[in-house]
Design a protein around this ligand. Structure first.
Ligand SMILES: [Cu+2]
Length: 199
């Protein structure tokens, strides 16, 4: 009697497929690249002579609208002052914030946004501001506008977007893996039943 060999061979093949599917699932998420900056206004490393009224950052993909105001876009310049005058706005074409620049000098734009895969990404660029002589600029502020969660931090604000989005990715993986396991189990049962019936 060699009837038991066939279901065993089938079972091994199915187990190999299952392991392969799990390997693909587990490696898929980290392979997602984070959104990265493709351009900005003013451009990184550039010198502007006319004061911009907004600083705009454009990414390779639409960054997430977290809706909790945790995004950061700060513009600091001479004296370490902040020159952004409003909280950042996340749109389809990127992230921007209103600014009123101060004296001539080097300005640093720092940002922290949530990448399309749910992970926060942060970086900075610099540009130079060289206005024509006699231009009066803004005085700047010591800390910039208070935005989003920071505004509610004196209250009971405890929400954090990052664990929630990581959690939803994990849930998705578990659900997909569960469905795969179910398909495999049904396949094994069918294979065993069919083989027995044939024998
Ligand atoms: Cu990521």
């Amino acid at each position: 009697m060699t009837g038991t060999d066939r279901p065993r061979a089938g079972l091994s093949a199915i187990l190999v497929l299952l392991l392969a599917a799990l390997a693909v699932l587990l490696s898929a998420e980290p392979a997602n690249a984070h959104d990265y900056l493709v351009s900005s206004t003013p451009a990184a490393g550039s010198t502007v002579t006319a004061a911009p009224t907004r600083v705009t950052l454009t990414f390779d993909a639409a960054v997430l609208r977290t809706g909790n105001g945790s995004d950061v876009l700060s513009v600091t310049g001479p004296g370490g002052k902040h020159f952004e005058t409003a909280c950042p706005v996340v749109g389809d074409d990127g992230v921007s914030a209103a600014v009123r620049l101060g004296p001539a000098g080097t300005y640093t734009v720092r940002w922290r946004v949530v990448s399309a895969d749910g992970h926060p990404v942060a970086d900075s660029i610099r540009f130079r501001y060289a206005p024509t002589a006699g231009t009066t600029g803004a005085a700047g502020s010591d800390s910039g506008p208070v935005c989003g969660n920071a505004a509610g931090r004196t209250g009971s604000g405890t929400s954090a977007a990052q664990p929630a989005s990581t959690g939803s990715v994990l849930v998705l993986i578990v659900v997909v893996a569960g469905v795969l396991v179910l398909i495999v189990v049904v396949g094994v049962v069918l294979a065993v039943v069919l083989t027995r019936r044939r024998g």
